[in-house]
Design a protein around this ligand. Structure first.
Ligand SMILES: Nc1nc2c(ncn2[C@@H]2O[C@H](COP(=O)(O)OP(=O)(O)OP(=O)(O)O)[C@@H](O)[C@H]2O)c(=O)[nH]1
Ligand SMILES: [Mg+2]
Length: 308
């Protein structure tokens, strides 16, 4: 079971494994003495993989302290790899503060936000699949009312996952869709409501005000809701993901992150930057476009899949 999970994660992380871990291995093979130039090359690879400047410099400093004594290191490839693994694990572990999505109330309201095209709607579909397999009844709120196609897209996911959907006409007020969805959930004995929202740039004030309003109306429809506010990030956008997270967090108080499209990038090191810079748990990682391609984020498995 665990082996299968790791294999799937390994496959999803192929590009990052090639772009980061394998490149570091090559450097060490080429330059078995761990000197300043070796460290510089490793530093470059980590920055390239979007690990983030601060965590990278910290890791390099620690490597220097540990290895740069001028003495030859026995089996440097394994030694450095084990060292990096340990350091990365140290950064990732604190981000595992809670089990992924604990369903504590009924209905449990989950608001999903993020920039355009990051993978919000797809993530909602994949989450519904997971939840329905756990026996939960799911209802979607089609809160992306900007485009008719967005409502249709969510409708397709509703069919695929056997979920209910509450939708209004294109152009309708997103907050009132969310409100109606919560009322419907109560009436239909629904376990989880997943609220899709339109993509919005974190820099556009009026759009950020709109998502604030959705949140406010959700709280009015059900005190204590939303029980979870997830920001979906596109792993291929690199360091900008950190900026997006900060902006959304200050507007709608996030409870967790989803890192989608990890399969599509060699810059999966961004998980490390995110864990280092933000005080928010990564709940899920997206590893493809398919219905099964969403994994609970487990730092231990992540590091194993990266370095195995
Ligand atoms: N490879 C890969 N593709 C993904 C993943 N998640 C989503 N996608 C793809 O990314 C594209 C955009 O996904 P959507 O779910 O429509 O993104 P969105 O955030 O809802 O977009 P807007 O509603 O337009 O803001 C689609 O083609 C998805 O199939 C993932 O984890 N891996
Ligand atoms: Mg969408």
């Amino acid at each position: 079971m665990l082996g299968k999970l790791i294999d799937k994660l390994k496959k999803g992380l192929t590009k990052t494994r090639e772009g980061m871990v394998q490149k570091i291995r090559e450097v060490i093979r080429r330059r078995p003495e761990i000197d300043e130039e070796t460290l510089e090359e490793i530093e470059e690879i980590l920055i390239e993989a979007d690990v983030g400047v601060e965590p990278t410099l910290r890791i390099i400093d620690q490597l220097r302290e540990r290895f740069e004594t001028g003495e030859p290191v026995e089996n440097p490839e394994t030694a450095i790899q084990e060292f990096l693994e340990k350091e990365i694990r140290k950064i990732l572990l604190p981000s595992d503060t809670a089990p992924s999505i604990a369903i504590t109330t009924k209905p449990h309201i989950i608001l999903v936000v993020g920039v355009n095209g990051v993978g919000k709607t797809t993530t909602i579909g994949k989450m519904a699949h997971k939840l329905s397999r756990e026996g939960k009844k799911v209802l979607f709120a089609a809160g992306d009312t900007f485009r008719a196609a967005a409502i249709d897209q969510l409708g397709i996911w509703a069919d695929r996952t056997g979920s209910d959907i509450v939708q209004h006409q294109p152009g309708a007020d997103a907050a009132s869709v969310a409100f109606d969805a919560i009322q419907a959930a109560r009436a239909r004995d629904i376990d989880v409501v997943l609220i899709d929202t339109a993509g919005r740039l974190h820099t556009k004030i009026n759009l950020m005000e709109e998502v604030k309003k959705i949140r406010r109306v959700v709280a009015k429809a059900m005190p204590g809701a939303p029980h979870e506010t997830l920001l979906v990030l596109d792993a291929t956008t690199g360091q900008n993901a950190v900026i997006q997270a900060k902006q959304f967090h200050s507007t709608v108080e996030l409870t967790g992150l989803v890192l989608a499209k990890l399969d599509g990038t060699a810059k999966g090191g961004v998980v490390i930057a995110i864990a280092d810079e933000l005080d928010l748990p990564v709940r899920y990682v997206g590893l493809g476009e398919g219905i099964e391609d969403l994994d609970d984020f487990d730092p231990e498995n992540f590091v194993r899949a990266l370095f195995d």
